[in-house]
Design a protein around this ligand. Structure first.
Ligand SMILES: [Zn+2]
Ligand SMILES: [Zn+2]
Length: 643
């Protein structure tokens, strides 16, 4: 008789299954750990007397994860047979696991306040990779020789068996702190702790600290006590989980996602007056995501603060203090998550998603946004371009905008929207089926996939932001009057719009029109979040032949603005109007070609009002979005395998 414990797990990443496997080894319990596309299965002998202790211990060592779902257990006479799991060893880029964190805060451990603490199943690893295969001589740690204790641990600690990046304070990376006059090098446990303590106190007293973290340089400061400009554009770093409910308005799923070991960026609604005053109606939030930030956050709590803020910057940023280390690191683009009730999507970024092993039968290399999919020993890996050596391939697919020289005789250039649509279809096993697609990122494309190739069915009308007033004035009869009225009511905005260059997208221009601090799609999206009412205004998006017209859209927004409509209401309505427009065109296209499959791709869909509207208007269709890949442009490297 077998005892079977299953936990839902919605990702192809294998660090949780590997951790459970290693823990079973440490506890010397006989167990089979299997991973399928949607769960992790643990199979034990029912009579095993170690079972109960094992399961209790598992609760302690298992991190919270974005991908973990509900668990269940049952008994079975037969041992379930499942496909063997992939064992490819890829470097991770997540937060430290509970066991590693415990070491970092245990004064008796060799890693007390050591920010580079990690194991086979957690931490910042990808930052050190120079090339594959992932072994120490291929990482920037190759020049650091492990001490005797680390060497021993690499053979005996089940969680760090053969761990390529093993290190501790005695043999690892040294950190230093500079102020305007002096430099302090941390040499022992006491120094490491002191360095973070001093940094935290400086921040609490209104100073700025520039720190090299595993995600690049960050300038940390206390947003309540700072001379920094543009505090509203900084990321809010919650130093302890305690402050969440006081300062932010979140659903349980958002709370769990922020605290998960993957530590994504998330935009959430603000609650306390102090945070509202600093950030407005919503804020980009982060819970400490690497060793450096985590140790700083611990000391921030000790100095009496719930939160601080940071901006991403480079090594030359001006600050009162600098905390640095000599090891070169390659940081990945951080990932932003979008949550709507029980659904989650990665909006953009690389971290957490890549590196990833994917299935591909083709002898093809794809390249897009500095990412590549390359075959190594009959496995295909997607990762940053720079970690791959030159390879032989029959065909090469490169994104059209990519700056990439190959001289390959069989090179194909492809468009972003085509690859994005194929990525979604591949993830849902619908390659070869007819489908309608909508690609929405700045501009809106309606696509048709006939089972073989993606066709741009309704291309977007080009938008040029120069000579804007002239274009608006001649739109229809009476438009010139609107331009005059607008000039009187909003002379400063009028002036700015008059001098625009031609290459801005419609959302940037809309954000400037509405006077938002964040002049981008993101700015409109966050402004829309603060509208709590229901039902939007009808924003006119069309002039001729029923197609979306950028200038009509802007004109409509300006006339509402002249009618004193609140900008949060307008921003909300912008997305609702797009939702209605998509909801009207898609069914027409579906009928025309005879399909019920609808693919939605592009970052713009990560918006609560648009997303909600689309769910309603396209409810009767099978609408598909990326699950494991970002809905934004970083899915192209994957989709290109199916072009
Ligand atoms: Zn760990
Ligand atoms: Zn060591």
């Amino acid at each position: 008789m077998y005892f079977i414990f299953e936990i839902a797990f919605s990702s192809p990443q294998n660090y949780i299954a590997n951790l459970i496997r290693a823990y079973a080894k440490q506890e010397q319990i006989e167990a089979d750990i299997l991973q399928t596309p949607d769960k992790i299965m643990m199979i034990f002998h029912q009579e095993d007397e170690k079972l109960e202790t094992f399961l209790l211990g598992l609760e302690e060592i298992l991190p919270a994860s974005l991908f973990l779902g509900k668990g269940k257990h049952y008994f079975s006479d037969d041992k379930p047979t499942l496909m063997p799991v992939s064992q490819m060893h890829l470097p991770l880029n997540i937060a430290p696991c509970p066991v590693c964190q415990k070491e970092m805060f245990d004064v008796s451990s060799r890693r007390y306040y050591y920010p580079f603490t990690s194991c086979n199943h957690c931490g910042s690893q990808h930052q050190f990779l120079i090339k594959y295969p992932y072994i120490r001589p291929n990482t920037t740690m190759k020049f650091l020789v492990p001490c005797v204790a680390c060497e021993e641990e690499r053979k005996t600690n089940a969680l760090r068996l053969d761990y390529p990046l093993i290190s501790c304070i005695d043999c690892g990376i040294g950190i230093r702190m500079f102020d305007k006059e002096s430099e302090h090098m941390a040499l022992n446990k006491g120094d490491y702790r002191k360095l973070f303590e001093v940094s935290a106190r400086a921040i609490a007293s209104g100073k700025t600290v520039l720190m090299k973290t595993m995600h690049g340089y960050r300038k940390f400061f206390n947003p309540k006590q700072t001379k920094e400009a543009h505090v509203g554009l900084s990321t809010l770093l919650m130093a302890s989980a305690e402050g969440f409910n006081t300062h932010l308005m979140m659903i349980e799923q958002e709370f769990n996602a922020l605290l998960s070991i993957e530590r994504p960026l998330l935009r959430v609604a603000t609650k306390s007056d102090e945070i509202k005053n600093l950030y407005g109606s919503s804020v980009l939030v982060k819970y400490p995501d690497d060793g450096m930030t985590m140790l700083l956050a611990r000391e921030i709590v000790t100095s009496g603060l719930d939160y601080i803020a940071y901006i991403e910057c480079d090594a030359n940023e001006e600050a009162d203090f600098l905390v640095d280390f000599d090891m070169p690191i390659h940081s990945q683009k951080d990932i932003k998550l979008f949550i709507n009730q029980d659904t989650k999507h990665f909006v953009f970024g690389e971290r957490i998603v890549y590196p990833l092993e994917v299935q591909s039968n083709k002898n093809r290399v794809s390249v897009a946004h500095d990412l590549a999919c390359v075959k190594m020993n009959d496995k295909s890996i997607i990762d940053s371009l720079e970690v791959f050596d030159t390879v032989k391939t029959q065909e090469l697919y490169v994104l059209e905008s990519e700056n990439f020289e190959s001289e390959h005789s069989n090179e194909h250039r492809f468009e972003q929207y085509k690859a994005s649509m194929m990525s979604v279809l591949a993830e849902h096993h619908e390659v070869g089926q007819k489908a309608i697609g909508v690609y929405f990122y700045g501009s809106l494309h309606f696509l048709y996939y006939n089972g073989k190739e993606v066709i741009n069915a309704i291309p977007p009308i080009p938008f040029e932001s120069d000579n804007l007033w002239e274009k608006i004035a001649t739109l229809r009869e009476g438009s010139d009057r609107l331009v005059e009225n607008y000039k009187k009511a909003y002379p400063n905005v009028w002036e700015r719009l008059d001098k625009l260059k031609g290459d801005m997208d419609i959302f940037e221009v809309t954000a400037i029109t509405l006077g938002l601090e964040d002049e981008s799609f993101e700015g409109i999206s966050s402004e829309a979040l603060s509208f709590l009412g229901k039902g939007g205004l009808q924003i006119d998006t069309r002039v001729k032949d029923n197609r979306f017209d950028n200038y009509a859209f802007l004109t409509s927004i300006m006339s509402y603005q002249l009618g004193d409509v609140e900008s949060s209401y307008l921003c909300y309505s912008i997305y609702e109007s797009f939702g209605d427009y998509i909801g009207e065109i898609v069914p027409q296209l579906c009928d025309k070609v005879g399909t019920r499959i609808v693919v939605l791709a592009g970052e713009t869909f990560a918006n609560q009002s648009l997303y909600g509207r689309i769910q309603r208007t396209l409810g009767q269709y099978k609408s598909l979005m990326n699950k494991n890949f970002p809905i934004g442009k970083e899915n192209a490297v994957h989709g290109a395998l199916y072009l």
